[in-house]
Design a protein around this ligand. Sequence first.
Ligand code: FE
Length: 375
Amino acid sequence: MQASWKSWTIGAALIMALALVAGCGGGNGATGAKNNSQGAADPAKTTQEQPAEQTEQTGGEVNIYTARHYDVDAELYSEFTAETGIKVNVIEGKAPELIEKLKREGASTPADLFITVDGGILNTAKTEGLLQPIESAVLDAQIGEGLTDTDKEWVGLSTRARVIVYAKDRVEPSELSTYEALADEKWKGRLLVRSSTNLYNQSLLASLISIDGEEAAERWAAGIAANLARDPEGGDRDQAKAVVAGAGDIAIMNTYYVGQMSVSDDPEEVKVAEQVGVFFPNQETTGTHINISGAGLIKHSKNQANAIKLLEFLTSKTAQEKISQANFEYPVNAEAKLPELLASWGEFKTQQLDFAVYGENNPKAVEIANKVGWK
Ligand code: FE
């Protein structure tokens, strides 16, 4: 894996230097003076000369292995450094690769946090013995119920719903009801969804295995495969685009892509977001499937206090609003205000499942998808 550390300390170091120049504290004047071999009595000047060292000595660091790849994450890490002086080092990679890396490194790993975007994967990191319980009253208070691992080995950072979008000019929302109903003959040649090799679909299928049982889930998957308007291609966004282009009438996709397209630089994506309706399935039954993005505390973390401090920051009302505003994910902190679009969709009932089942049922879901020919 090609991976290297990135850090967001430059902005923070500058802010700290400025704070010292302005005489409003936030740094360690004594350390600054000691660093100055001339023994000059001007800590502001010293800090300006040595901003990076100053930051490191003041706050220490926290090392993250992350499978998330959003600009807002980097912005928040940078803000955290500015606020605390704690340097944030990041290695980005695909979740399974990062898990392998953590296993390989064992006790010598530099990682403090593992961040990823699927409850099943978070559970895999846990069952592989890579994590440890996170003790923080602040996190307990900030994060909504059911959005933390039962043993507190990981905490949620955001959620997303996997919904049905429909062509507003061809489909009435009253024609839609449940995921299960998408397997009906009625949708033959009209349904779009990406490949079953994608984790979002595997976790959806895994949830239905848990809710409806294995046999029913298999019949469902067979129905989905039979109803597809075309062989699966592209990502979630491409399914919505294909609906608007008339290749099909409805699609299964994650909510945040609709939000992201609504503010896209690409006018075609904005048009797509306007022309599809968003429907939250299973409101009268078992609830809409959601997935979670979260962070686990690495068992061999050397910077535990800093790691927990970062998690408290990321789940604060302010940070949660930023994540939701930038990415259109749902916050885990109920205090956070939703962006207008998400608020306009209204509240909805969610599946009440332990996210661990996404991981536990994943092999079964993959087996079923292959068996029924959902490519
Ligand atoms: Fe995604």
